[in-house]
Design a protein around this ligand. Sequence first.
Ligand code: LMR
Length: 395
Amino acid sequence: RFDSIPLAPPDAILGLTEAFAADTRSEKMNLSVGVYKDASGVTPIMKCVKAAEQKLIETEKTKGYLSIDGLPDYRSDVQKLVFGDRIDAGRIAMVQAPGGTGALRVAGEFLARQCSPTRVFLPNPTWANHNAIMQSAGVNVESYSYLADDRRSLNFEAMLNDLSTKTRPGDAVLLHACCHNPTGVDPTADQWKEIARVVSSQGLIPLLDFAYQGFGDGLEADAVGLHTMLDACAEAIVCSSYSKNFGLYSERVGAVGLVAGTPAAATASLSQLKVIVRSNYSNPPRHGGAIVATVLSDDELTQMWKAELEEMRLRITHLREQFVAGMAKQSGAPDFSFLLKQKGMFSYSGLTAMQADELRTKHGVYVVGSGRINVAGMDEKRMDWLCSVVADVLA
Ligand code: LMR
């Protein structure tokens, strides 16, 4: 039995971080997993988070179970952050989930159980884990065109065409609400209006993956696509994550926010989401959600959070500029200025799988096999070296 189990391949993203940890070279650099690093190369605990944890140590009275749908304060704070006041609260079913991945899994199972025979359309390309999550949840997966052949811009026409011709009413379409992972290529505000029009007229369920709010153009601006979609569609599901914008990666903090057409439909949907949660992990972990709720219910901590998030966002923009300038100094290297138009942590570097492999084996720089680089993981002090080794494998 167990002795005939085949070895699974390493995870496309987290497998590289395992290999990175085992790499003994001192000059190594991990640009694979989407984790932010500050100027000293550390993924810091945000000051607002530390302050909230301090408060929690003093005030928390129990480690008793949360309810199946999670911490009430967390759910209402996250609801405000994601939806603002544009949707009547009675039409929203909100469930705390263990990270964005947990939220997507719950949403996927909801689609499989309650919206059958729905299929979920994923952009091509998309986050390496989307397909596996949706398939494990029991939803049939299809794809729609997203990236142009230049691998650095949106093929908007092909995207709209696929959404209008390949889908059936009742299918779900997964959209990265901002900071598309892995490409950093986002639709413009006008393009979002067109996408929303097609999604609505085709009768599709928008499934929005909202994991990088605050890393593109800012907290408000990054919600524009999502809000456009909500204005056009009576029903939607938003899977949000606070791993990145609160730096709470290992605390696993996310949420499913389902918008239904009526309060009665929201109540029924919430009851079904809870059935799914109960048979998966029973109820969510408290600590990360309690941190987010503590920050967002305190004006001073919220201001601190916004300022720290903005600092991270600006640092990533600065790293993009430095990398582009560094590559421009490498003789014969291609122009990387397209990186300046892209949003969030990631971009496609244009490196092939073989070049990504060479970058890792020869120089100790880890990027995902698709050529995705995590700009937020770059070390500005070693930018010239990084550019020289990227140029080396591109030569
Ligand atoms: C990434 O894409 O690197 C992140 O979302 C982390 C992960 O779980 O893959």
